[in-house]
Design a protein around this ligand. Structure first.
Ligand code: ARG
Length: 532
């Protein structure tokens, strides 16, 4: 690699010719005691030749010796709240919630790598008028035994049915509203049913979280704020931000903040029932006073963009400048063959089924490529789930993605399994080699093929920084694909296991690649098996 310095830019300034400038600088350089292999003067240019052996040695021993390669302390242990997943109880976890879960989980890991402390909160959708409607549906048509056998599916059936019938029968909506009111007022029957819906739902959600390897520091969802909303309502009242409109309490954003171009936000309905927004105001206030966050990230779909602008605007009006530290980390839709999903209309693809299908596809490929693999079922789970997660994270998060399971589980192409397979290739080379890598032995690699891999490895710490700054896990995913490509092209050109003087150096390079691939996959919450 050559770094050039030219005399052109400076020549005007010094009233000298570019050649003279370059020559004069060259003469003043201390050329003996540098990290460059050599420095040459050539006309108006000075060429610096990097000492590849020295660069590669420093980098590779850093990667192999130092477990913290890629980490930095920029965050100074400040607290980042990552709100993620947040499915609604009595509904299946859909592919839509997968995006929130995985982007949130990955961002949290990336924040940790950048020196922040994170608190992951699953803001469960476990409160709201829809539970009034659920209770009404259950009272009308529900059967306890049937629901116990297959809870979420059966609850969804009830929910779909009551929504459909309510279109022509307004009494049902009215009954739903009054059940929710009872729930908020602590009516024992309403409470009991609601608690039961929540328990059976969580049982199903937890199975999925376990498969995805995702955990939470808090499961405080919407219901947690039942008794914490009055504080914020009073606050808004005292600041004169709440106004009455046809019996409801609203924040009239169009007249309070005309330039923001946001709609009215309803805080209390005319019957006194609280709203989704009321709970979010209480949530933000609670999080700030409890955790004193540096940033609070809301990983929620792009369809709630305007809604989060409203929430932030209201808090800002109330004088809470920390609302500037709330960030809506939005993401695009997942479609299946171009179709959107909706629980109310009943066309939802369940995440669990997707993971099962991915597992099966991965298992078929393993059976073909590596029929003797001993723990193939476990590996198929790592590969199948890894494929789904990687696919979710590899594109800019704001883009919508169409989901094609057959493609994403393939071992070739831009897929998670491709990166996992490259890692397997690297560790299996290391397994096959008879010699032990001596990392104190200086690296002796100068050729362009190795250098291309070394350069890719060297940028990893910057990739980790950029992924955090842009709140973009895809930066890690794309990097891993590039590193895997580079390594595979190296592998196809170079005979790694030949017994010559550079064998140990090549193995050290392979080891460094395996380490960085694994670290990067970990930031995406994708596992890296040693065989597949
Ligand atoms: N439960 C909501 C949904 O499934 C997402 C919650 C988003 N978070 C929030 N603080 N409002 O659409």
């Amino acid at each position: 690699m050559v770094t050039m310095l030219s005399g052109f830019g400076l020549s005007k300034f010094f009233h000298l010719s570019p050649d003279q400038v370059a020559f004069s600088i060259y003469n003043r350089l201390n050329k003996s005691d540098t990290n460059f292999e050599k420095i040459e003067h050539n006309g108006a240019y000075i060429n610096f030749f990097l000492d590849r052996k020295r660069e590669a040695s420093t980098l590779i021993s850093d990667i192999i010796n130092n477990d913290s390669y890629g980490k930095n302390n920029a965050g100074n242990k400040k607290t980042i709240i990552v709100e993620l997943s947040s499915p609604n109880i009595a509904k299946p976890m859909s592919m839509g919630h997968l995006r929130s879960t995985m982007i949130g989980e990955s961002l949290s890991r990336i924040a940790n790598e950048n020196g922040y402390k994170t608190i992951k909160i699953n803001h469960l959708g476990d409160w709201g008028t829809q539970f009034g409607l659920m209770i009404e549906a259950y009272k009308l048509w529900g059967n306890k035994d049937i629901i116990e056998q297959n809870p979420v599916d059966e609850l969804v059936k009830l929910y779909v049915r009551i929504n459909k019938e309510a279109e022509t029968n307004p009494e049902l909506s009215e009954a739903g509203r009054s059940w929710f009111k009872k729930l908020e007022d602590g009516d024992p029957e309403a409470r009991e049913l609601w608690k039961w819906f929540k328990n059976v739902s969580l049982r199903e959600f937890n199975k999925v979280y376990q498969r995805l390897g995702v955990t939470f520091d808090s499961m405080n969802g919407e219901s947690f704020y039942q008794d914490k909303m009055s504080v914020i309502i009073d606050l808004l009242k005292n600041k004169g931000i709440l106004t009455e409109s046809r019996g409801a309490q609203i924040v009239d954003l169009p007249s309070l903040l005309p330039a923001y171009n946001l709609p009215v936000s309803i805080i209390l309905r005319s019957d006194g029932a609280t709203q989704y927004a009321t709970r979010d105001l209480a949530t933000a206030f609670y999080r700030q006073t409890t955790y004193h966050f540096d940033k609070c990230l809301y990983v929620v779909g792009a369809e709630q963009k305007e809604y989060f602008k409203q929430i932030k605007a209201i808090l800002k009006l109330a004088g809470f400048n920390w609302s500037d530290d709330m960030e809506h980390i939005y993401f695009g839709l997942i479609t299946f063959n171009g179709k959107k999903m909706s629980t109310r209309k009943g066309n939802v693809v369940k995440l669990e089924q997707v993971l099962d299908s991915a597992h099966k596809l991965a298992k078929n490929q393993i059976a073909e490529k590596n029929p003797n693999l001993s723990n193939s079922d476990k590996v198929a789970e790592q590969v199948g789930t890894g494929a789904v997660i990687f696919n979710d994270l590899m594109n800019d998060r704001t883009l919508s993605i169409d989901f094609d399971l057959d493609q994403i589980v393939k071992f070739e192409g831009d897929t998670g399994p491709y990166v996992q397979y490259t890692h397997v290739r690297a560790v299996s080379i290391l397994r096959k080699s008879s010699i032990k890598i001596d990392i104190n032995d200086a690296i002796k690699l100068l050729d362009n093929d190795s250098w291309a891999v070394v350069s890719k490895l060297s940028v990893y710490p910057d990739i980790v920084k950029r992924a955090w700054i842009l709140r973009e896990p895809s930066i890690i995913a794309k990097y891993l694909l590039n590193l895997a490509h580079e390594f595979n092209s190296y592998y196809s050109k170079v005979h790694i296991l030949v017994e010559d003087k550079q064998l140990s150096s090549r193995l050290a390079l392979v080891d460094a690649v395996a380490i960085v691939l694994k670290k990067g996959l970990e930031l995406l919450d994708v596992q890296a098996p040693d065989q597949m």
